[in-house]
Design a protein around this ligand. Structure first.
Ligand code: FAD
Length: 468
């Protein structure tokens, strides 16, 4: 009997439910990863980082005496070719997707496997609690975070599981050499010019470092971008290089402070947004709050480009966007600020911002990204009220008081004094000369006036409600 283990967002050998079952129940096992070129994004840090992780995983498997077969191209053709090579292939194991593209793919492939008499063994592995595990007293999915959290925190959490790896069971013959070559070429020729360290070992180091050095101050320190006091685990959680069970249990075991509680609550947001996406499958395209379906967005393309490049004239917004462009990651507080700025100050459709983040984030996760954008744009469930518009200058004064984060990324402002760093347009000509930055020449004036933009956003959101 031949079985297949199909890896997706679970690029690890440890604590992997489908893999553990596949080893336990199979005589001969083929390990596969499928690449669908239809999903490729051009010049995308997200895309390049993910495939760097796949390549790294393939190398790790090789060192463990295993082999990852690469399938490439049309998905049904890829699996048909595999079936032709192994007519006695009868079982497939994978960790399932409950939402978005992954769910559509799984539904389609379940039909295919049924037709070919291949038994499907699929498991919920990516979340502490699957979407339907946390329901209100009427048996419905929650819409609001706090009651969801109150229920969620009371539920027993899964513990990491052992995977009994047996290299003897794994097919080592390379089946599709040309596909491996395509992956290698893609990874080697990618424009990934960021500092990116893939792999489970790296993820575990990161987790341990966070527990040893940072968790106890997390509650207070997590909001200050310059200090880098968050776990930076999101990139490993999205590739599955570390499991959510491993993270939960390690943090739970080591400390029991208020900071620990705050951190574990963040993991709940991950489950919450996943559940929201499952309950609202078209939320990538449509606002959850239907009263905001008809917002008259301004959608100024030139302003959108300036936002993307970090040339808005609001130093913290610009520093945040440059952090994203240079590293593929952005601090959570800054994600909220730039998303509010785009959707309220510039009145640009949140879907434009969501797509740009999808292209650039190395931790891109559809549920959390769409959830975060709909939160900031006030269109999501349990979102920030439409009349709450972040003030980019006061946010900057509060969360980057020394201006050091701004100076790190907006280097043209590096010699600007503290009193002007959040608002450099207030510098006199002499002060600009002394700081080596001439406003309008080296650094832009603000592209919108925040207080006017705030009023405009509130009135456009209010008008949109009337249209319904
Ligand atoms: P930590 O503070 O160390 O948190 C630990 C983990 O908890 C994170 O790795 C993440 O898995 C989870 N988490 C924390 N905050 C949130 C949150 N608000 N929502 C969901 N999960 C959370 N997160 C992504 O993983 N992928 C995305 O594509 C993404 N897009 C976002 C877009 C916007 C507009 C906003 C406002 C937030 C977005 N987030 C996203 C959530 C959050 O910003 C990141 O999870 C966090 O910054 C990752 O850094 P960290 O691992 O150091 O976080």
């Amino acid at each position: 009997m031949v079985s297949v283990m199909w890896f997706r967002r679970d690029l690890r050998l440890e604590d992997n439910i489908a893999l553990a079952k596949a080893f336990e129940e199979s005589e001969q096992l083929i390990l596969v990863f499928h690449i669908n070129p239809e999903q490729f994004l051009e010049n995308s840090l997200n895309h390049d980082a993910f495939f760097a992780s796949v390549w790294h995983f393939k190398e790790v498997l090789k060192k463990s005496g295993l082999h990852l077969q690469i399938l490439y191209g049309d998905i049904t053709k890829s699996f048909s070719d595999l079936k032709k090579s192994f007519p006695n292939w009868s079982e497939i194991y994978f960790n399932k997707d409950e939402r978005g593209y992954g769910k559509q793919r799984d539904d389609r492939m379940r039909e295919f496997f049924k037709k070919h008499e291949i038994a499907v063994h699929s498991y919920m592995d990516h979340y502490l609690h699957g979407a339907y595990e946390v329901q209100n007293n009427s048996g419905d999915l929650y819409k609001v975070f706090t009651p969801y959290y109150n229920k969620w925190i009371e539920l027993e959490k899964p513990t990491p599981i052992q995977v009994m790896i047996n290299p003897k069971k794994v097919l080592k013959e390379v089946l599709f050499k040309e596909n491996e070559e395509k992956l290698e070429k893609m990874v080697k020729e990618s424009s990934l010019n960021i500092h990116y360290l893939p792999g489970t070992e790296q993820a575990k180091k990161q987790l341990n470092k966070f527990i040893e050095e940072k968790i106890d101050k997390y509650k207070k320190a997590r909001d200050y971008p310059f200090e880098d006091n968050t776990s930076r685990l999101s990139q490993y959680l999205r590739t599955g290089e570390i499991s959510i069970r491993t993270v939960w249990n390690a943090v739970k075991k080591e400390t029991s402070s208020e900071s620990q509680k705050t951190f574990l609550k963040e993991l709940c947001w991950r489950d919450f947004y996943h559940m929201i996406y499952v309950g609202n499958p078209d939320q990538k395209m449509k606002p959850i709050k239907t009263q905001f379906s008809n917002i008259q967005w301004n959608n100024d393309k030139e302003q959108f480009e300036k936002w993307k490049l970090g040339h808005t004239g609001y130093p913290l917004v610009d520093a945040a966007m440059r952090q994203l462009n240079e590293t593929g990651w952005m601090h959570n507080r800054l994600r909220m600020i730039v998303a509010s700025f785009l959707t309220k100050d510039l009145l640009i459709d949140w879907r434009w911002g969501e797509r740009y983040f999808q292209k650039m984030l190395i931790d891109y996760d559809a549920s959390s990204n769409i959830g975060g954008w709909q939160w900031a744009a006030s269109t999501g469930t349990d979102a920030v009220p439409y009349f709450r518009v972040f003030n980019p200058t006061t946010q900057s004064e509060k969360y980057d008081p020394s201006g050091n984060f701004i100076r790190k990324y907006v280097t043209e402002l590096s010699a600007v004094k503290n009193e002007y760093i959040h608002d450099p347009e207030k510098m006199s000509k002499e002060e600009q000369e002394a700081a080596g930055v001439i406003m309008g020449e080296h650094y832009p004036y603000p592209i919108v006036n925040h207080s006017e933009a705030r009023k405009r956003a509130i009135s456009v959101f209010e008008e949109s409600k009337d249209i319904v």
